[in-house]
Design a protein around this ligand. Structure first.
Ligand code: AMP
Ligand code: ZN
Length: 473
């Protein structure tokens, strides 16, 4: 079934057709994290959305090169490096590691490439040189190099392809040096920022003088290097449309003279309890904050995947509790199917499963601009029907294996079928190990006390012939 997506560039839903002449390979770039802090739950909505797009494309048999950059030099990072009197690499390294760990916790497939901006300075400089040579970038009196929107438009290029911008209100010659700026100030933006004392040790030599790249040019240089001058898909949160993505288009098309990206996909924002997240409102959550409250990555992933990507999503802790019970319904059904299937291998049914009702209705839902509510509805309808058949003993073992194969196919996109056991927090497994050691030492008072402590923390420990098993209550 043809996959249809909403392209911000054309402002309409249309069929996704890759640029590749064989219609097989797809290049996909998602603006990655700015590693100056732990990623928050809003950021995670966007990265889980990117994972959904990638998995849907793979489900549709495309060979996807998924690239997600790491922004490891920009204004906010430099400010914190200065405040914390540390080095750029030391500072960004810890948040990059945490980000990649969180990505795993949420069961997002690792991107094929995660380029760092600081490792692409030569490519960035080369791109700026091209823009200068083409007359659309210039060095200003402050020593920085800026992109000239006027010159770019003068060449017949279109600035403002994603958003309708009121360019007539633009004041000629106005410039912005900061990486983030407001819509009202459409202006020439910095490609290379001349070194200033506040930058400390964060600078590189260049033909334009010592300095550092602007945020926008980083993404143009890394995406072009990884995926070529024109590629299929570019993703990000909706706040990035302007200025970041408009600037990426201008820089890239200004340098190459070719269309930059065929499909632009933007994910809507996440609110918490109906409000914009902010530390002062006390509604700001990182993934780690939620894990500390006893939720799992799987539950967070499920919840983030319940809303359509173009709708604002209201994240609540009650919603997370609901995610737990929804997943329990799936787990119970899948567990029973496993028991019935016995030694039958699901892999033997993988091909046939494509024709199952579940896979067909699920794929039709996804093909319709990632209609995730319809996709979940087909899953829960399947759970209901399957439970009925299990209850009246009408599923033989090979049919149970077929049903499981269909579920596995669907879960290759949803990514929530990971076993709960795999998600035992380190603190809980340490306690369980301590209990095992106490039992071995015949210290039953201690082992019982640990069992009670685990219970308080929401876990039961079962002794099985194969060792202990930890289960959420
Ligand atoms: P940053 O690390 O700030 O560059 O952001 C990483 C990604 O998270 C970008 O694609 C942003 O658009 C996205 N993002 C930031 N805040 C939110 C939010 N509240 N909801 C959804 N996505 C967000
Ligand atoms: Zn970007």
């Amino acid at each position: 079934m043809a996959l249809k997506l909403f392209n911000t560039l054309t402002r309409s839903v249309h069929e996704f057709v890759p640029l590749d002449s064989q219609k097989k390979k797809v290049g996909m770039y998602c603006c990655g994290p700015t590693v100056y802090d732990f990623a928050h739950i809003g950021n995670w909505r966007t990265f889980v959305f990117a994972d959904l797009v990638r998995r849907t494309l793979e489900f549709s048999d495309y060979d996807v090169t998924h690239v997600m950059n790491i922004t490891d030099v920009e204004d906010k990072i430099i400010k914190r490096v200065r405040e914390q009197k540390t080095t750029l690499r030391e500072f960004t390294g810890k948040f990059e590691t945490a980000f990649l760990e969180d990505l795993k916790t949420l069961n997002c497939l690792p991107p094929k490439q995660t380029p760092r901006a600081t490792e692409h300075i030569p490519e960035i400089i080369a791109l700026i040189e091209k823009l200068v040579a083409r007359g659309v970038a210039y060095k200003a009196a402050d020593g920085s190099v800026y992109f000239s929107i006027e010159k770019y438009r003068g060449c017949g290029c279109h600035y403002g392809q994603l958003l309708k911008l009121n360019l007539d209100e633009m004041r000629a010659g106005e410039r912005v040096a900061s990486d983030e700026y407001e819509k009202e100030s459409v202006a020439d933006f910095a490609l290379w920022k001349a070194r200033v004392s506040d930058d400390g040790e964060v600078f590189w030599p260049s033909p334009f003088g010592e300095g550092r790249p602007g945020w926008h040019i980083e993404c143009s240089a890394m995406s072009i290097k990884a995926l070529g001058e024109t590629f299929d898909l570019h993703l990000g949160g909706e706040d990035l449309k302007f200025p970041h993505h408009e600037d990426e288009i201008a820089q890239s098309e200004g340098a190459t003279g070719k269309p930059f990206v065929k499909f632009w996909l933007h994910g809507a924002h996440l609110l918490v309890e109906g409000k914009k997240m902010s530390k002062s409102l006390g509604n700001f959550f990182t993934l780690r904050d939620l894990l500390a409250k006893g939720f799992t990555g799987r539950e967070v992933r499920y919840l983030l995947l319940t809303a359509h990507y173009r709708e604002t999503f209201n994240f609540t802790l009650d919603g997370l509790a609901g995610a737990k019970s929804a997943l329990a319904r799936i787990d119970e059904c899948v567990g029973k199917l496993r028991d019935i299937a016995g030694d039958f291998k699901t892999s033997e049914f993988a091909k046939q499963a494509t024709d199952s009702l579940l896979v067909k209705s699920f794929s039709a839902a996804l093909a319709d601009d990632l209609n995730i509510s319809a996709a979940w509805a087909s899953v829960f309808e399947w759970v209901r029907e399957t439970n009925k058949h299990i209850a009246d003993n009408s599923i033989p073992d090979h049919e149970a294996a077929f049903a499981l194969a269909a579920w596995e196919k669907v879960d290759s996109v949803l990514g929530v079928g990971v076993k709960a056991e795999a998600e035992v927090p380190a603190e809980i497994s340490a306690l369980a190990d301590e209990r095992t050691a106490a039992k071995k030492a015949k210290d039953f008072k201690r082992s019982d006390a640990i069992r009670d402590e685990l219970k308080v923390k929401g876990w039961v420990v079962e002794d099985t012939p194969k060792g202990i098993k930890l289960k959420r209550i």
